[in-house]
Design a protein around this ligand. Structure first.
Ligand code: FAD
Length: 563
């Protein structure tokens, strides 16, 4: 268990480490040289130096036993420093995750103990040249080595692709097909028959080492089979998705904010047309405020999911992890891309860093499951809920949001409810028209679900903030009033998106009569959604004022508007 004080101390040490060892000039050079600074990665994981890995390792294995909430805060902070180096640290945790969830007590003590006490680096070897999103297509094999009827080891053969820390790790978790099914094995770097390729020349995260691996009859003893039972590999990988995707979600959040934290100060100094860019609504309300809003909606989802994982009561929360990853990484990408625009020509050069952040954060919508795979995961799971509840699931959630609105009329919960009701109608229309036979519709529904659920979640977070009941380790970047404004803005966006995109999908899929389109339009609550847009620009003004420290100047206007 990590206290708030310990977490804050770790965040502070991490920030100081970043400032000292990874100033912009160093990062630019490393990026240009396409180099992973192994000494820095090792120092981050050295228990006698920064020892950041201790937070992730359970206490009984020599670590500090951080929970999902701690891990989210640390991952966000690491990503804000440098996403490539953060990926290197993450790889150790991805690599050790099959051990954390599936290993025998002896294996846990041995490997997690080595991570905690010796700071060894791990890599996670799942992806193959022909098995990426579809891990079931895995070709690497683990052949039993027998002595009579006793298994005395395994010979692993195959190729692994795009492995973070592939060329620098001390130990690797390798997913291979054993006779009993896909299984994880620990392979050490100097095992005979094991080689890695030269580092990939990548678009971004060039400060991380990514390499292909080759295994030619690599012999391992039976104690290297994680959990000691064959065939558990995909289950072990699945069991941690909620948690690992939350880490990548936090990466999207950290990198997106890192870009905005460069764009905003720049805009206060850059004078165009007689005044700073930060004073120009056409600039802030396009390039800054919408990105802040989406990032904070994603944060709400991350924090709620982290709390639920830490409560231990609800299983692995795979779909919630997928929504958090999808929303945060897409938001992080858009924020970084818009930050290039916000810096104009300067943004397009290496020196101003936002283009590096933009290249780096691009990976977060690819690794640990692409955005399209997230859309599929979200859609399939929630589709089942829609069917199981005979179409009531999202109407029920909408009613909960309406109840919240009765207690907290300023947090946008009424508009979030409109988004959820509209979503229920879109899903129902998709059921009647059997529209999920179109894969495009299925995946787009995943996006609508993620937006509507995030809107409700942000409204809950804003309500908690009003009550002073946020998690003690929650981010405190915004006060309750600004968070309520962010929530109102995001709920409006979500409601519009669900209704309009839903309408486009349903009509676009064909087979609906004029009368059915009219009935569907009426069921979506479009007039209410349109009316809920009232106050949008004033709320965006309020958020911009908060971001630029002008909140007091306009506080009176905001209060008057809410009345
Ligand atoms: C820098 C980097 C680091 C990485 N680190 C690791 C690591 O440490 N360990 C590891 O095991 N892997 C790692 N990966 C691999 C990463 O997880 C995969 O690249 C990712 O899962 C996608 O797999 P793929 O590249 O084979 O793409 P594909 O699965 O071939 O996907 C290509 C495109 O098709 C889409 N697509 C795929 N399937 C479907 C479908 N059924 N329907 C519709 N669209 C679909 C995808 O969304 C994507 O847009 C890393 C990758 C990179 C680039």
């Amino acid at each position: 268990m990590i206290t708030k004080k310990t977490l804050n101390l770790s965040l502070k040490s991490l920030k100081e480490f970043g400032k000292k060892r990874l100033p912009d000039e160093v990062r630019i050079e490393l990026d240009e040289r396409d180099e992973c600074p192994l000494d820095i990665v090792r120092d981050m994981c050295d228990p006698d130096k920064l020892g950041i890995q201790l937070l992730f390792v359970p206490e009984d294995c020599g670590g500090m036993g951080g929970g999902a909430f701690d891990v989210y805060r640390i991952c966000e902070a690491m990503a804000a420093i440098d996403l490539g180096i953060a990926t290197s640290v993450l790889a150790t945790f991805l690599g050790s995750d099959p051990i954390t969830v599936g290993a025998t007590p002896e294996q846990k003590k041995r490997w997690l103990g080595k991570i905690a006490e010796e700071g060894i680096l791990f890599a996670y070897g799942a992806t193959e040249p022909d098995a990426g999103s579809d891990l079931g297509a895995l070709k690497t094999t683990a052949e039993r080595v027998m002595d009579g009827d006793k298994i005395i080891g395994y010979k692993i053969s195959g190729l692994k692709q795009w492995i973070s820390n592939g060329g620098i790790a001390d130990a690797y978790s390798i997913l291979a097909n054993a006779p009993g099914g896909p299984s994880w094995f620990v392979v050490e770097k100097d095992a005979p028959g094991f080689t890695h390729d030269k580092p990939e020349n990548k678009h971004g995260i060039r400060t991380s080492n990514t390499a292909a691996l080759a295994l030619e009859s690599v012999y391992v003893t039976p104690d290297r089979l994680i959990g000691g039972v064959e065939g558990q590999g995909l289950l072990q990988a699945q069991a941690v998705f909620g948690y690992t995707r939350l880490m990548v979600a936090a990466f999207g959040l950290g990198a997106g904010w890192a870009a905005l934290d460069r764009a905003m100060p720049y805009s206060t100094k850059r004078i165009q047309a007689g005044g700073p860019l930060s004073e120009k609504q056409g600039y802030t309300h396009k390039l800054i405020v919408p990105n802040v809003t989406r990032l904070e909606a994603a944060r709400a989802f991350i924090e709620e999911t982290a709390e639920r994982i830490d409560s231990g009561a609800e299983g692995s929360l795979n779909t919630e992890g997928a929504i958090a990853k999808y929303m945060a990484t897409e938001a992080g990408n858009k924020a970084a891309e818009d930050s290039i625009q916000a810096l104009g020509g300067y943004g397009y050069t290496h020196e101003y860093m936002v283009e590096k952040i933009s290249r780096d954060v691009r990976i977060t919508i690819i690794y640990e499951g692409t955005s399209e795979i997230m859309e599929m995961t979200i859609s399939r799971d929630r589709w089942q809920l829609h069917l199981k509840t005979r179409g009531q699931h999202y109407h029920d959630l909408a009613r909960q949001s309406e109840t919240l609105h009765a207690q907290h009329p300023n947090v946008g919960a009424d508009t979030a409810a409109l988004a959820l009701h509209a979503l229920a109608e879109v899903l129902e229309r998709a059921r009647v028209g059997r529209l999920t036979r179109f894969q495009h519709v299925l995946l787009r529904l995943g996006e609508l679900i993620a937006f509507a659920e995030s809107a409700a979640c942000l409204a809950r977070r804003a309500a908690k903030a009003e009550e002073g009941r946020l998690h003690e380790k929650a981010s405190d970047r915004f006060n309750a009033g600004s968070m309520a404004a962010l929530s109102r803005i995001f709920a409006r966006e979500a409601a519009c998106k669900v209704a309009q995109d839903g309408l486009q999908l349903v009509v676009g899929a064909g087979g609906v009569t004029e009368a059915e389109v009219a009935a569907f339009e009426a069921s979506l609550g479009l007039p209410a959604i349109h009316r809920a847009q009232a106050g949008l620009i004033a709320d965006m003004d309020l958020v911009a004022d908060t971001l630029y420290g002008r909140a007091e100047k306009h506080a009176e206007a905001a209060v008057a508007l809410q009345r």
